[in-house]
Design a protein around this ligand. Structure first.
Ligand code: GLU
Length: 301
């Protein structure tokens, strides 16, 4: 059987909720059911939003669920130089341009770059500046971000659960105005460097995946396989959050549930166990069948 190392990459901006834990369980099952490596990466790129106590709780929660991983978790914030080098490579290849637009500028612009571009896509304003306009912006002291010149290219990939996906890649930000690498750049470089061949993650990231596929191609890095798994939503249909009640492992356990019941719920709501199941993560390994994973979101009630 071929080895397809997988990973789970939490952002330590809050306590993991049942939706995050379910994604972690599924990513672990995909990898370990094939005797493949499984790695963790702490996505702490943004120092304002990352807290070390969330990181500690995340690792403890994953262990409590019975998940294991190889080696030490990779801390994304320590890889700034690698991210910078990848950015420099794209810049040297002529795939990058500076942008001074604020979010409001982008929101308020009316012209989309391509007829089939989704709303909110960057219209390419800063790519078309005259020399004078550019000099003005350079003098303005406004923070400069760097965008990929998508050049209307599209990227295609086959999602293991969602089938073939293809999209025109927009001019997304590679390097942020606050001098931090953007998520899409960091994730592509880090997945490649960690030897990740299978990315299992929440399907809120399905739409950004074509960007990552194109980036991997431009940087001549291997494109991993993808499986985007459904989210757990609150009763209001919004992404699960604190306000929805006992959504963390600690809260479930404090409410009297056993770890096995929590794992059972995560498995049952994914389509991998009967409802009301109570089991350990390792018990799911043997007959793990990804085709049974439902693609509809789960509602947390
Ligand atoms: N760090 C991201 C999150 O917690 C996940 C990124 C990814 O899996 O590519 O939502």
């Amino acid at each position: 059987m071929s080895q397809v190392d997988g990973r789970y990459a939490p952002s330590p901006s809050g306590t993991l909720h049942l939706g995050n834990l379910r994604t972690a369980l599924l990513a672990w099952l995909f990898a370990r059911s094939q005797q493949s490596g499984f790695h963790l990466r702490i996505e702490d790129l943004d120092p304002q939003r990352s807290h070390v106590e969330h990181e500690r709780t995340a690792l403890a929660d994953l262990r409590t669920l019975g998940l294991d991983w190889d080696g030490e978790p990779l801390r994304q914030s320590l890889r700034r130089e690698r991210h910078r080098n990848a950015f420099a490579e794209l810049r040297a290849g002529g795939h990058v341009y500076p942008c001074w637009c604020t979010r409001a500028d982008v929101r308020n612009s009316s012209s989309a770059p391509h007829a089939d571009a989704p709303p909110g896509v960057y219209p390419g304003t800063c790519q078309r500046l005259s020399r004078r306009e550019r000099a003005e912006r350079e003098r303005s002291g406004r923070p400069v971000a760097w965008r990929l010149d998508g050049a209307g290219r599209s990227a295609t990939f086959r999602d293991l659960l969602r089938g073939e996906r293809s999209a025109v890649v927009d001019d997304f930000v590679l390097w942020r105005g606050d001098d931090l690498p953007a998520y899409n750049l960091a994730v592509v470089v880090d997945d490649a460097d960690q030897g990740i061949r299978q990315v299992v993650r929440g399907d809120d990231l399905l739409e950004t995946t074509p960007r990552q596929v194109l980036l991997a191609q431009l940087l001549e890095l291997p494109v991993p396989r993808y499986a985007h798994v459904p989210l757990v939503l609150g009763p209001d249909g919004k992404r699960l959050a604190k306000r929805h009640g006992a959504v963390t492992l600690a809260e479930r356990l404090a409410g009297g549930q056993l770890v096995e019941e929590v794992v059972g719920w995560l498995a049952a709501t994914s389509g991998l166990a009967p409802s009301g199941a109570s089991l350990r993560a390792a018990e799911l390994l043997e007959d793990f069948d990804p085709t049974r994973i439902s693609t509809a979101p789960t509602s947390f009630a």
